[in-house]
Design a protein around this ligand. Structure first.
Ligand code: TYD
Length: 208
């Protein structure tokens, strides 16, 4: 009989648009891979074929396309599919999963834009997702710098990037509040400076 694999580690990256978290997720995944063992680098919304289809519905088109309630359901539906099809199977075979955004993004983005819906976000999470990462790296950056980076990127997925600097500042505050509420899970990493310098801080925070 083959011994059962030890469950892998589930690491998520969070931060405001333009924080550089996607680059950092990639760099940490490469570093962990170089150290040996399987690493699955994935992202939300998306990360499985079904969830990528939902991503397209969420991130393209008219900004008023979905009500806030429908949007929360879509993000959660995408997350459930991603969890079932990609994250849980990978963890079960002992892989490390590095995921660009997860439930904290819904808590912050949907919670900040529609604070009255935070209870819905939390109840849906509890009912249909029910798990937290082992470690969350919050890449913290000045909102004006983040906006400049995100704006320079362009592309079609601009629905959520039309936020002004004031909204970005509120998102940053909300991420930092979440980090303070869950200090054992969330590590805040200074996202300023060159990517390699940030990557070194991330590696230290992840014990990699
Ligand atoms: P993402 O592709 O990570 O964009 P970026 O690289 O700019 O961070 O995420 C797309 C957008 O979706 C981003 O603006 C944040 C938003 N989002 C939510 O509003 N709620 C969520 O639950 C998730 C996962 C993302």
């Amino acid at each position: 009989m083959t011994p059962r694999a030890v469950p892998g580690r589930f690491i998520t990256f969070e931060g405001i648009d333009g924080s550089g978290k996607s680059t950092q997720a990639r760099l940490l995944a490469s570093r962990l891979e170089a150290a040996g063992g399987e690493v699955v680098l994935t992202r939300e919304p998306g990360g499985s074929p079904g969830a990528e289809e939902i991503r397209r519905l969420l991130l393209t088109g008219d900004p008023g396309r979905w009500s806030a309630e429908t949007e929360i359901l879509l993000f959660t539906a995408a997350r459930r599919d991603h969890l079932e099809r990609t994250i849980e199977p990978a963890l079960a075979r002992g892989a490390t999963v590095v995921c660009d955004r997860f439930a904290d993004s819904t808590r912050v983005y949907q919670g900040v834009t529609r604070g009255d819906l935070r209870a819905l976000v939390d109840r849906l999470h509890e009912m249909t997702i029910g798990r937290e990462p082992d470690l969350t790296i919050l890449i913290d950056i000045d909102p004006a710098a983040g906006l400049a980076r995100a704006g320079a990127r362009g592309g079609e997925e601009a629905r959520f990037e039309a936020f002004g600097v004031e909204m970005q500042a509120r998102m940053r505050r909300a991420f930092l509040d979440l980090a303070a509420e869950a200090p054992a899970r969330v590590r805040v990493v200074d996202g300023s400076g060159p990517p390699e310098a940030v990557a070194a801080r991330v590696a230290e925070a992840a014990g990699a």
